[in-house]
Ligand binder design. Structure first.
Ligand SMILES: Nc1ncnc2c1ncn2[C@@H]1O[C@H](COP(=O)(O)OP(=O)(O)OP(=O)(O)O)[C@@H](O)[C@H]1O
Ligand SMILES: [Mg+2]
Length: 468
């Protein structure tokens, strides 16, 4: 699709020349001859141009006022003004409203081309960011936090309420895989800061000596290796959210600096003496008991209290088993879509297995188990095959117990190729069902045709018996 350019110009000679020129360059050009016409196109959202090239004073109004209304509606597009009577206050107002440039007529086409090229680049970048935040907002709605337990209902309620509260810091705690990262994304993308950046940093993944300059940036020459000035993650998150994962790993001196950054809303780059004013919302996550760390003097009490004004606690999955059904349904649907599978049914015995498992890795472990089972379930089968969940009960030995003739163990250490597993599963199932095709197909959740095709493909013997 060609990029679209809107020209707002009442002089017909100039308008026609610009239209011809940019059409030749491959633009899809629209030409509005008055403010009213442009207003209809832009505010009525029939057109969302990448670049707008506008005259300033038109017979029925002013281009600057139009830009102001466009910005109030949060509509994008790079604006350039091309005017014969521009004054300095006009150009100041244009730039304040976010116009990219303010040109005076006459402007030769070669120069205009250069400026339009720059506007195109930044217009495209803006559009990508807008599309990305719109997609993230859809993906991370409050409803993406699944579960019917009272804990999950309370979490969703809290996430909804926090979306419209201008808090400066919040602490999410919970074991690994309980959804802390998901909650942080919902908070950002569903909140008032959604159009600004969400910057994520894992405190445990960065070496202590690097973390300060990562967070706060540094000036050139601040330390060996600091060749140029660098903006830190805090600055990159300005206007938005900084998500500090595993905050319990942070050294106390950095905790103090972070506390100052959120209380005073200023930071100082490493090696810099200037304070930089910033507006960042901090979401911290931890899978440790921070109160205990405070008691052991590993975590600063003042920072802990600042963080825990707003708290979200996510209990382990084994304490909210009512969530399992909704989570499984969500993940089956997700991986059906990703892998083109058609799983619709889950046997009662499979539900029992899922609901009794201890889930030490919480929702992440459940999601991984469902991913594996959906991906490895036979092509067009509509029932989830529970052997692929490979849930090994913590308290029982790994060998199948008595009476579990419908269980199968396979190595997942790379020693067996997927095709060999497929062959082995079919062979074993056939043997267990006395080579009865119908019974074997049922046990594998597939059709007799598919099974027979694979038996032929793998040359499985003895020749299979038809229904018995
Ligand atoms: N309630 C939920 N509904 C849907 N998906 C969830 C839910 N909770 C967690 N998940 C999914 O489970 C996976 C693990 O969650 P997440 O990464 O948020 O855990 P975490 O608490 O941040 O873990 P860690 O401490 O290891 O970083 C993610 O894919 C996440 O989307
Ligand atoms: Mg996480």
């Amino acid at each position: 699709m060609p990029d679209s350019l809107l020209i707002i110009e009442d002089e017909s000679l100039l308008g026609a020349e610009l239209q011809r020129h940019f059409r030749r360059d491959g633009w899809e050009v629209s030409w509005a001859r008055s403010i009213a016409e442009a207003e209809n196109l832009l505010l009525g959202e029939t057109l969302s141009p990448l670049v707008v090239l506008s005259d300033m004073s038109l017979p029925d109004g002013n281009g600057l006022d139009l830009l102001e209304s466009v910005r109030q509606k949060n509509l994008g597009g790079e604006w350039l003004f091309l005017t014969g009577y521009g004054t300095v206050p006009d150009s100041v107002r244009a730039l304040k409203l976010g116009a990219l440039d303010f040109l005076t007529k006459p402007c030769d086409l070669a120069r205009l081309d250069l400026i339009i090229a720059a506007a195109t680049r930044s217009g495209r970048a803006q559009r990508r960011i807008a599309e990305h935040s719109a997609a993230a907002a859809r993906r991370y709605s409050v409803d993406s936090f699944s579960g019917d337990s009272s804990a999950s209902n309370a979490a969703r309620q809290m996430l909804t309420r926090l979306a419209c509260v201008p808090y400066s810091a919040l602490l999410i705690s919970g074991e690994t895989g309980t959804g802390k990262g998901l909650a942080a994304r919902i908070l950002h993308h569903g909140g008032i800061r959604a159009s600004a950046p969400l910057v994520e940093v894992n405190c445990a993944a960065l070496p202590h000596e690097l973390i300060e300059s990562e967070l706060f940036g540094h000036e050139a020459g601040a330390f060996t290796g600091a060749k140029t000035r660098r903006r830190g993650l805090f600055e990159q998150a300005d206007g938005g959210t900084l998500f500090l994962d595993e905050v319990g790993e942070l050294a106390p001196d950095l905790q103090a600096k972070l506390l100052k950054a959120i209380e005073d809303k200023v930071i100082r780059r490493v090696g810099g003496d200037r304070e930089i004013a910033l507006d960042v919302q901090l979401i911290a996550a931890t899978n440790h008991d921070l109160a205990e760390a405070v008691a052991a003097r590993r975590f600063r009490e003042d920072f802990y209290h600042r963080l825990s004004v707003f708290r979200l606690e996510l209990p382990p999955l084994r304490q909210r088993r009512e969530d399992i059904r909704a989570l499984v349904q969500r993940f089956v649907a997700e991986f059906n879509l990703k892998a083109g599978k058609k799983i619709r049914h889950i046997r009662a015995s499979t539900w029992q297995l899922l609901e009794q498992h201890n889930w030490p890795g919480n929702v992440r472990e459940l999601r991984n188990a469902i991913e594996r089972a959906v991906l490895l379930t036979q092509g067009d089968a509509d029932t989830l095959q529970e052997e692929w969940l490979q849930l090994i009960p913590a308290s029982t030995p790994a060998t199948p117990a008595q009476g579990s003739a419908d269980l199968l163990c396979l190595p997942l250490d790379g020693s067996m190729a997927l095709d060999d597993m497929d062959r082995h599963i079919i062979q074993t199932a056939l043997a267990r069902h006395a080579y009865n095709v119908t019974a074997t197909a049922r046990a594998l959740g597939t059709t007799r045709e598919t099974l027979r095709y694979r038996v032929d493909k793998y040359g499985l013997k003895p020749v299979v018996r038809e229904d018995g």
